[in-house]
Design a protein around this ligand. Structure first.
Ligand SMILES: Nc1ncnc2c1ncn2[C@@H]1O[C@H](COP(=O)(O)OP(=O)(O)OP(=O)(O)O)[C@@H](O)[C@H]1O
Ligand SMILES: [Mg+2]
Length: 235
């Protein structure tokens, strides 16, 4: 699998997305019949906060210079893609990440994740989607202070109802993948920053999600590192 590094650049609260950036380029993609469906597909996604004079178009795509109409954001992410969302402060990066992570819903538009139209799901179904299909690695890692590394990695499996024996086996495999097996019984305050980060990555990967979301690229990852991890995990 060859890593691809497309990026979506957001340009201010009323102009999300460079025209064409982050979208499928027909020339760069195989014919639709041969290509598997995208893992992530956003179509005309808009996010607006507030009403009337207080309305903020946090995500709306590049506005038409004549009519001022905002088409919304289109984005397709395929299996094996690595996508960086970049843009100035207030351009809508967090808004888009929250929507991609099913932590917030768009005001309008459609979001298909791994073939599921998440716009039609209730809160309980959305929490299942977050558990099964999305691995989160937060900037501050969000590890539970009193839990050992292996217990942290078991958490998503426990929420999914996986039996204890299988949980342990899969958590150990994930920790092995990130080179943290020798620290499996250590708590976060006994680990370095980079080691805490690797535990968070193991926890995000242990459910073999469709998508791994990270709020900023880990300083210790080279361009190839996440692909090596992901490739080994998904086979
Ligand atoms: N709850 C909210 N109510 C009103 N406006 C909001 C709300 N959340 C975000 N915004 C506005 O939406 C726009 C996009 O915000 P967002 O947090 O997505 O930006 P960002 O690109 O992540 O910025 P930064 O790089 O500073 O984190 C901003 O103008 C922000 O003020
Ligand atoms: Mg932000």
């Amino acid at each position: 699998m060859t890593p691809r590094w497309p990026s979506l650049r957001l340009r201010g609260p009323t102009a999300a997305g460079k025209p064409g950036a982050g979208e499928d380029s027909p020339a760069a993609r195989p014919a639709p019949a041969a290509a598997p469906p995208p893992v992530v597909e956003l179509r005309r996604v808009v996010k607006t906060y507030g009403l009337g004079d207080a309305e903020v178009h946090a995500l709306c795509g590049p506005a038409d210079p004549v009519s001022g109409a905002a088409p919304g954001v289109d984005l397709s992410i395929h299996q094996g893609d690595f996508v960086a969302i970049m843009g100035s402060s207030g351009s809508g990066k967090s808004t888009l990440m929250n929507i991609l992570g099913c932590l917030d819903a768009p005001t309008s538009g459609r979001y298909l994740l791994d073939g599921t139209d998440v716009g039609h799901l209730d809160e309980q179904q959305l929490s299942l989607v977050r558990n099964r299909k999305i691995g989160f690695v937060f900037q501050s890692f969000n590890l539970v202070p009193r839990m050992t590394a292996v217990d942290q990695v078991e958490l998503p499996l426990a929420y999914a109802g996986v039996k204890p024996e299988q949980r342990r086996r899969r958590a150990v495999a994930a920790l092995t993948l990130v080179g943290m097996l020798d620290r499996a019984e250590h708590r976060p305050n006994e680990l370095s920053g980079g080691q805490q980060q690797r535990v968070a990555v193991a926890r995000a990967l242990v459910m073999a999600p469709a998508m791994l979301l990270r709020t900023s690229p880990p300083a210790t990852w080279t361009a190839a590192a996440p692909m090596n991890c992901w490739g080994s995990w998904t086979g």
